[in-house]
Design a protein around this ligand. Structure first.
Ligand SMILES: [Zn+2]
Length: 56
């Protein structure tokens, strides 16, 4: 997954607020359960593969 090489040399994920991706940086809020933490983190990382496509 996702069958495309990660397009950047590194990634930094930090505990901030909400959920938003930037090239090589993910800002994630803290949720009340681990499932949501994992979902938001992977969701924002996935956006980096295809920036500006399918952003929801
Ligand atoms: Zn999204």
């Amino acid at each position: 997954m996702p069958g495309v090489i990660y397009p950047y040399p590194q990634i930094t994920v930090f505990n901030g607020d909400g959920g938003m991706e930037f090239p090589m940086i993910v800002n994630d809020g803290q949720f009340s359960n681990k499932i949501n933490d994992v979902y938001v983190t992977t969701h924002e990382i996935a956006h980096m593969y295809f920036p500006f496509y399918g952003n929801k």
